[in-house]
Design a protein around this ligand. Structure first.
Ligand code: PEP
Ligand code: MG
Length: 743
């Protein structure tokens, strides 16, 4: 181990820790670090142990043991013994004393293949986090170590472990600004809102739930602890299903029912009880059995089963968390602001059902779907790059101003009052909600709603929407993380259509692919936005597509139903969809089912090729709808989810406006059936332009309906046409920005 070699090696890779999002990735990274250190010293075994204050033990986290020494004396393969007490063990002593220890195996243990070991405490600031151990076949392997190198290595490992945020216990932390006084974290809004709440850092990992647990009791006490947590968890899962009407009962039952039955399954609970009888604490028994089940699922070849591992882990998280709370309290997300690194749409949905106040997420991985869903769920969500986010201690008072892109930590009364005042200005009059959309000269503009969940459909009605202009049918698939049966889809679609009481409903067939991946069903692709997405996915999965069409036709019986096709490239795809639709109608006829035999068929214009083929598409369809979110992305070649390019993603770009005008012109007689359902439809700056080029149908998120109707009143068609002409004559983006500012 030469001078400063180990710490230099670690330093070279340590920056990359910020790239990882899952515990597995971090463990892979730590393993890489251990490999480097072992390579440098020629050690045969290396491992990281982390502290567990509850059991007063150091617990194995990751390690390398290529030659299989575990069984001999270092520690056994049996998970229970990969733990070393703080007192009475070499590992524990290195940890308690915070000092590197060397050890040579005694001369009389000739048979032992390892002759020396080094135990390096892992330290970050004043906090002791664990111990790194390496063992060597040579008795003098560690005799010439460089102490400065060891110290640096120890603190680099500490930084890596801290960043992984999955340590079992918090321990004494260096007080940072986050832990002392008020401070602010900046970010960008993903979904608007202003809420107060308490910090709840979570990682979808059972390790993180082990905090605040009572000390281990007798097996009988541990069994009682588990039984209590099981019944509390069952109660919570049941409650969620019952309280579901507020959001989307059909989808909730899809997600939670599996967990509910898993927890009722005796083979799972008996395994846990057996472990408790063997001497495990209740949380450790749950942890071990849940990990075993999750492992089985994640090793399954079919990725959609592998995804179920997440459900099992969620269940484990709930069980263990419920053990840590007083008997009558139980665990609740109510009033909490969740701080997390990564979140799946289904997790977001669960948190909303459990009435979480809001979320602040760190880093990438926030897909367009997360923001769309968060808005539907009325959940304020902020995304930030600030790595301090996950350092905020649990329970810290927070003010989340997602609208303003700020998370206030320990806000003062003045801050709360002033932020509230600022936001209140935005919530003005509610005069227009029952009126139809109309320009100042009385031209009717149809304002419909974009709907993702059942709740949106209800809000749309309350806000006076003239029906649903876009129902994103991929959401139930994404939330369930799998295909749905025809029957399951039928129930969901019918519950949405019923809310509209005869008003027109446009159901879009699934837009899976791009960033809306359905793991296990979507292929891994180098470039998913240019891959099997939207109608391409449906045509590649015909059975799924037919089930969906049949479910839509049945749900739309006696309703004003339109079916819309996403990501259409050319007219051939529409012709194929027509054949599929005819086939499904035939099958339903034969089945003597009740269904809608004549839905209107439409195509989304969201690819440049579709924009070029508007006239052909108009001939073969009943209506067209511009998906300006994707159209902007594909025209400008800017990923709509790429935060680093968001400043360049502009729907008012002269090129985008030119294409929108061409689409309107080429739609010919169908101009009255041309709508726009991307975000641009609710952008006040673009509204006069859209009216000016002839668009009379808008579909926007329900919460924007009033505002859009109010804005419509600001323009006559003549004024709007003039503005559109002026905007179309502008060639440079800078000039466009000046023009828009002056509007
Ligand atoms: C669009 O692309 O504008 C659109 C409405 O579809 P989505 O946002 O679901 O991709
Ligand atoms: Mg789209």
């Amino acid at each position: 181990m030469g001078k400063n070699h180990c710490s230099l090696l670690l330093h070279d890779i340590s920056e990359r820790i910020y790239l990882f999002e899952t515990p597995e990735e971090v463990d892979g990274f730590l393993t890489e670090a251990i490999t480097l250190l072992m390579g440098e010293s020629g050690a045969s075994l290396g491992a990281v142990f982390v502290r567990d204050d509850r059991s007063q033990e150091l617990v194995f986290r990751v390690g390398i043991d290529d030659e299989g020494y575990w069984d001999r004396s270092i520690c056994s393969k049996d998970q229970a013994s990969r733990r070393f007490r703080y007192d009475g063990t070499d590992l524990g002593r290195a940890f308690r004393e915070g000092a590197t220890r060397f050890h040579t195996y005694s001369e009389d243990d000739e048979a032992h293949p390892l002759k020396s070991k080094i135990l390096i405490p892992i330290i970050r600031g004043p906090e002791k986090m664990g111990v790194f151990i390496m063992a060597h076949k040579d008795a003098h392997a560690f005799s010439d170590v460089d102490h400065e190198d060891i110290l640096n290595t120890s603190s680099l490992l500490g930084a890596m472990l801290a960043e992984s945020t999955m340590l079992i216990n918090e321990g004494a932390k260096e007080p940072s600004t986050l832990e002392r006084g008020p401070s602010v974290i900046k970010g960008i809004k993903t979904s608007e809102g202003l809420v107060e709440g308490r910090a709840l850092p979570i990682w979808s990992d059972t390790n993180s739930a082990v905090e605040h647990l009572p000390p281990q009791g007798t097996p009988q006490e541990e069994e009682a602890l588990f039984n209590r947590s099981q019944s509390l968890s069952l109660e919570q899962l049941e409650e969620m299903q019952n309280a579901s009407a507020a959001i989307d009962s059909e989808i909730i039952s899809l997600i939670f029912t599996a967990q509910y039955y898993m927890l009722k399954d005796e083979s799972l609970t008996n395994k846990i009880l057996t472990r408790i009888k063997e001497g495990f604490s209740a949380p450790d028994a749950v942890h071990a059995v849940i990990d075993e089940y999750a492992e089985i699922f994640s090793n399954m070849k079919e990725l959609r089963f592998a995804e179920k591992a997440q459900d099992v882990r969620d269940l484990g998280f709930r069980l263990i968390t419920n053990m840590g709370k007083p008997r009558d309290e139980g665990f609740s997300y109510k009033g909490q602001i969740v701080l997390s690194r990564h979140i799946y749409p289904s997790d977001l949905f669960r948190l909303a059902v459990e009435k979480v106040a809001g979320l602040a997420l760190r880093g990438a991985g926030v897909t367009a779907h997360i923001s769309i869903l968060a808005r539907s769920l009325n959940l304020p969500v902020l995304v930030t790059d600030d790595k301090d986010l996950l350092e905020i201690p649990e329970g810290t008072p927070l003010l989340l101003d997602a609208t303003g892109g700020r998370l206030y930590i320990r806000p003062t009364e003045e801050t709360i009052t002033s932020v509230r005042k600022q936001r209140a200005l935005k919530l003005s009059v509610r005069d227009f909600y029952m009126l139809k959309g109309s320009t100042s000269d009385g031209v009717h503009v149809h304002v419909a709603a974009n709907v993702n969940l059942h709740n949106d459909a209800k809000v749309a009605v309350a806000q006076g929407a003239e029906g649903i202009g876009l129902y994103r049918s991929e959401f139930p698939f994404i939330l369930k993380k799998d295909f749905l049966s025809e029957e399951q889809q039928y129930r969901i679609y019918k519950s949405i259509i019923d809310t509209q009481q005869g008003k027109p409903v446009i159901m879009r067939t699934t837009d899976i692919g791009g960033d809306k991946l359905l793991k296990g069903r979507s292929e891994e692709e180098t470039n998913p936005f240019l891959g099997v997405r939207g109608i391409r996915f449906s045509l590649a999965n015909r059975e799924m597509f037919r089930n969906q069409l049949k479910a839509m036709l049945r749900a739309g019986a006696n309703a004003d139903l339109s079916i819309m096709v996403p990501m259409v490239t050319d007219v051939e795809e529409i012709l194929t969809v027509k054949e599929e639709l005819a086939l499904c109608i035939e099958q339903l006829k034969n089945r003597k089912a009740e269904f809608n035999p004549a839905p209107r068929l439409g195509a989304m214009i969201e690819l440049p090729s579709a924009a070029m083929a508007v006239d052909e598409l108009a001939e073969e369809t009943d209506f067209l709808s511009i998906g300006s979110n994707d159209l902007t992305m594909y025209l400008l070649a800017i990923d709509r989810t790429n935060k680093n390019l968001s400043h360049l993603y502009r729907s008012y770009h002269p090129v985008v406006l030119k294409v929108l005008a061409q689409i309107a012109e080429k739609s010919g007689d169908k101009i009255s059936e041309l709508s726009i359902c991307g975000e641009a439809a609710s952008d006040p700056v673009l509204l006069p332009f859209l009216l000016g080029i002839g668009i009379r149908k808008l579909s926007v998120i329900p919460s924007k309906i009033e505002e859009v109707k109010r804005n419509l009143f600001n323009y006559s068609i003549e004024e709007a046409e003039k503005i559109a002409q002026q905007m179309l004559s502008i060639r440079r983006i800078g000039d466009m920005e000046k023009y828009i500012k002056a509007l």
